[in-house]
Design a protein around this ligand. Structure first.
Ligand SMILES: [Zn+2]
Length: 342
């Protein structure tokens, strides 16, 4: 037994379990620094000593060390429609370039089977997630264009409201409902088999989208209001609504959304947020949504992507079964993705 009363063998098994599991991260922002600062993702970057960096969390070597098998790279632009579409296209082209340039390590994936195949080939599957429908410039047909370019989720709103959906950062309380265009987007995404992401989306919209969607939805990176009341976090009703579609919530590692002022968050705090979701809807709706490289501070005990196995250890310490952990690390998402892309 260790000091905490946990059998030592079980502690040692954490790494083995982590390595044996399919690990999927629903949101990493590494393309921002790669494109903006010319950072080469094939190289291992060293965060400066002594500080908790807001970036420099992930690159290919450290994703591998962290046991990550598949990662959604976020397509992010400024949050207004003007020129956002052209920029989104440029970023998708860039993402595809990065994958091609690093084809010994990375493989573009657009389906659950692609993820499995990349893993068998010893590569990290890269998926494209588009963060915010403002990029569509109000044009419904662009959802199909994004799908054709390989995007497999679109977040309905980012930091600003758009013609499809209201952002969680929008302080309006009254008259917040899904626009007609938003309703059509839900139908179109269901039809195409591209996942609806409700991260950053206004709480009043979440239950409505979930009622309308015929496929599982996702919250690519989020935390819960019950533990950290903040506009960006999910209410209990939001969690229940997402689960009712068979969807998943990717646990965010950004300390700011985990605890007040972001101070003192540890990996146990991430597990606390998971625990709340588990109590409400069960373990089948949890996933990972790191937000690495998204200008965030990470919890104590997780300096960067290489430390991800420590989260598995934290779950086991809290009494989660091996099966539960495997579900959270990737299997729950795969179930939802399979169903949504059918
Ligand atoms: Zn985000």
């Amino acid at each position: 037994m260790t000091a905490g009363g946990v059998p030592a063998a079980r502690e040692d098994g954490a790494l083995a379990l982590h390595e044996a599991s399919l690990v999927v991260d629903l949101h990493t922002d590494s393309l921002i620094a790669a494109r903006g600062l010319g950072r080469d993702l094939s190289r291992r970057h060293r965060p400066p000593r002594g500080v908790r960096p807001w970036m420099l969390h992930a690159d290919i070597p450290r994703l591998r060390e962290g046991g990550v098998d598949a990662v959604f790279l976020g397509i992010v632009t400024h949050p207004w429609p003007r020129h956002a579409w052209e920029r989104a296209l440029a970023r998708i082209r860039y993402c595809r370039y990065v994958v091609e340039k690093n084809s010994a390590d990375l493989a573009l994936a657009v389906s659950p089977d692609d993820i499995d195949e990349a893993r068998r080939a010893g590569k990290i599957a890269v998926l494209i997630g588009v963060e915010g429908m403002h990029m569509l410039g109000g044009r419904l047909e662009r959802i199909g264009e994004l799908h054709a370019l390989g995007a497999r989720y679109i977040t309905m709103a980012h930091f600003t409201s758009n013609r499809f959906a209201v952002s969680s950062a929008d302080t309006r309380k009254k008259g917040v409902r899904l626009s007609e265009l938003g309703c059509m987007a839900v139908e179109e995404m269901n039809r195409l088999g591209i996942m609806i992401d409700l991260a950053h989306t206004h709480t009043r919209l979440i239950s409505e989208v979930c009622r309308r969607s015929e496929a599982p939805v996702m919250v690519s990176h989020g935390a819960v209001q019950a533990l950290r009341p903040a506009f960006r976090n999910l209410s209990d009703d939001d969690v229940t609504a997402v689960a009712s579609t068979g969807g998943v919530i990717g646990l965010i590692f950004a300390t700011h959304w985990l605890v007040e002022k972001g101070e003192g968050a540890t990996l146990d705090t991430v597990v606390d947020h998971a625990d709340h979701v588990r109590r409400l809807v069960g373990v089948d709706h949890l996933a990972l949504g790191s937000d690495w490289d998204g200008l965030i501070a990470t919890p104590l005990g997780m300096r960067d992507a290489a430390d991800l196995p420590e989260l598995t250890r934290a779950f086991l310490r809290r009494g989660y079964s091996d099966d539960d952990v495997e579900k959270i690390l990737g299997q729950n998402f795969m179930r939802a993705f399979r169903e949504a892309s059918r």
